[in-house]
Design a protein around this ligand. Sequence first.
Ligand code: NAD
Length: 416
Amino acid sequence: MSEMNPFQIAQHQLDMAAKKLGLDEATHELLRWPMREFRFTLPVRMDNGKVKVFQGYRVQYNDARGPNKGGIRWHPDETIDTVRALAAWMTWKTAVADLPLGGGKGGVTCNPKEMSDGEKERLARAWMRAAARELGVHRDVPAPDVYTTPQIMAWMMDEYEHIVGHSHPGVITGKPLALGGSQGRHDATARGGVYCVREACKVKSIDPSKCTYAIQGFGNAGQYAATLHREILGGGKLVAVSDSSGGVINRGGIDPERVVAHKLETGKVAGFPGTEPITNEALLELDVDVLYPSALEGVITGKNAKNIKCKISCELANGPTTPEADDILFGKGVMVLPDFLANSGGVTVSYFEQVQNTYNYYWSRDDVNQQLDRKITDAFTAVHKMQQQAKTHMRLAAYMVSVTRVAEACKLRGWV
Ligand code: NAD
């Protein structure tokens, strides 16, 4: 089980839901595989004058409910299996949030930390030139993900508009505000996660204002979770944070704003005044009320799940918990808010961005946050209701909600 690649994990999770729902064989098989996959070979001229060849991907998993939607990751460990898994999870995510969209994902195997802005721009444009014919508001709409930024989205949108010859800002979301981005997109993923934690606290009769919390991964999702947890829940004590270079802990509490400022200034959380070092592994096992895994996939496994002590694990990262670990955590009474529910705030506001681009009229930040709260609260309620009915863990319940919705769309189209 622990040797499954991310896509095999995604298929296994679907299999469990299909079994529990008694899904017919053809629908089950259809939902086990991406509908379309693209692999691009991308030659890019580097600053030293030499050409470097990158591998890029786009997977369109299932568009029965609407155009595909999903981010683009730039990471040295990116593989087609990671992209497939993330595309599957996007399908379940748009369905659980009840958005009229399908699921997709893209990626490039590269190390953006070693690339100049010029090299990143040339890679972004090369990826868009290769993918353009498969994209568009009615086909597939990418967005930022690990190590891709609003600036990268802006270059990609510009390249796409050069190719099609007209304005088409909705081809990509997560753009800068000045180019048709949405208010509230920057913190939407973390905000959605914190709304889920608020609802989970109600169910578990926990006073959210007295929660202790820890965050693994201190990028876009993790940093906003640090500050929004206190803002939305009216309190709480942040005790530890980490990034790829290690973590820091102070059981007396870490000031969220100050540690974010330190990270932005120095590039790491390590060395934040008044804290002790802690490893990424030890952070996961802290005795806190809420854990936010906000880095990469596969960090909570059959090996460490028995040591996890939090009451709620809010998965801002995609795929941080393996299926084996899920069962162990359920047995221990840990409420796992599964990735595709907990981090669906990002794609929900991406969808709002696309809607605003299409009718060329823009909402206020309060409007966006209010609509997001309504969507996430409805999604949590649907999943929790399913969990109570099916007497299973939240991930399987969330799958059951999503798979039911996607299967219904496939059947109504006459695909199965
Ligand atoms: P990011 O690039 O802004 O940050 C990633 C963070 O993870 C960085 O702080 C990095 O140092 C840290 N990290 C990398 N490797 C690590 C390791 N081995 N141990 C600990 N920390 C490590 O990315 P992000 O946008 O914050 O995304 C984080 C996770 O959230 C990803 O799984 C992503 O797919 C998911 N997610 C993000 C969004 C979004 O809108 N940003 C939406 C949905 C899901």
